[in-house]
Design a protein around this ligand. Structure first.
Ligand code: 13P
Length: 249
């Protein structure tokens, strides 16, 4: 049985003190043993958030890592550094990083490899922009993203991943994919994985939906057979909302 996962992506929000307070609230509210709950915090929050969390359902993620293992790369944070803080996951390939920081598939492949070498679980993001959706080409667009990156992994490494499908037009817009749109493309992704790595591998990988997922719509989205949880932006910044999403299965 694949895992149910709800991951918060705090993005560039919260001071250290606000972040620790939010983590504490989430820590105290969440009461589940069958959902993997992940807090994707800013780098500098991770150590303190890890110390704050006593709830065994909750782990911490970074939102990025460097494409190089170490060295003269001012301002970068390596996968090894992230792992040394106690984080267990790293969000990679978020559309905001692809778009604003020019992250290509080539760069992502280096980051994914370094994350795996350091025993971090990548939460690999994919998803199409509005014009691709309007042209009806979203399935091929997302499959291309997978083929350029995580489909290059060995089956052993691929099995360690979490995938997040996030249509760019739904991120932060209040416009969510309909439950049918989400199910359809999650199934396309799972079928592509089955064709590449086999049905058992496809059945084992968690595929999360992201994009204006909130306490009101999470239940309907998560009820889809191929939607295994969510990657949550705005609604992860309010502990009660985030906990309602964790409880929406
Ligand atoms: P919102 O939930 O704010 O739309 O953000 C989604 C997202 O980008 C999570 O990574």
């Amino acid at each position: 049985m694949r895992k149910k996962v709800v991951a918060g992506n705090w993005k560039c929000n919260t001071t250290l003190q606000e972040g620790v307070a939010l983590a504490k609230e989430v820590n105290d509210l969440v009461s589940t043993s069958d959902v993997v709950v992940i807090l994707g915090t800013p780098f500098i929050h991770i150590t303190e958030v890890v110390k704050t969390i006593s709830n065994s359902a909750i782990s911490v993620a970074s939102q990025n890592c460097a494409a190089e293992p170490k060295g003269a790369f001012t301002g970068e944070v390596s996968a090894e550094m992230v792992a040394s803080t106690g984080a267990k996951y790293v969000i990679l390939g978020h559309s905001e990083r692809r778009e604003y920081y020019a992250e290509t598939s080539e760069i992502l492949n280096k980051k994914i490899a370094l994350a795996l070498e350091n025993n971090l679980t990548p939460i690999y993001c994919c998803g199409e922009p509005l014009e691709v959706r309007e042209a009806g080409e979203q399935n091929q667009f997302v499959i291309n993203q997978l083929q350029e990156t995580i489909f290059n992994l060995s089956v052993e490494d691929f099995k360690k991943l979490i995938i997040a499908y996030e249509p760019i037009w739904a991120i932060g817009t209040g416009k969510t994919a309909t439950t049918q749109q989400a199910q359809e493309i999650h199934k396309v992704i799972r079928d592509a994985i089955a064709a590449k790595f086999g049905q058992a591998v496809a059945d084992g990988v968690s595929i999360l939906y992201g994009g204006s997922c909130n306490a009101q719509n999470a239940k309907e989205l998560f009820a889809n057979p191929d939607v295994d949880g969510g990657l949550i932006g705005g609604a992860s910044l309010k502990a009660a909302d985030f906990n309602a999403i964790v409880s929406a299965f």
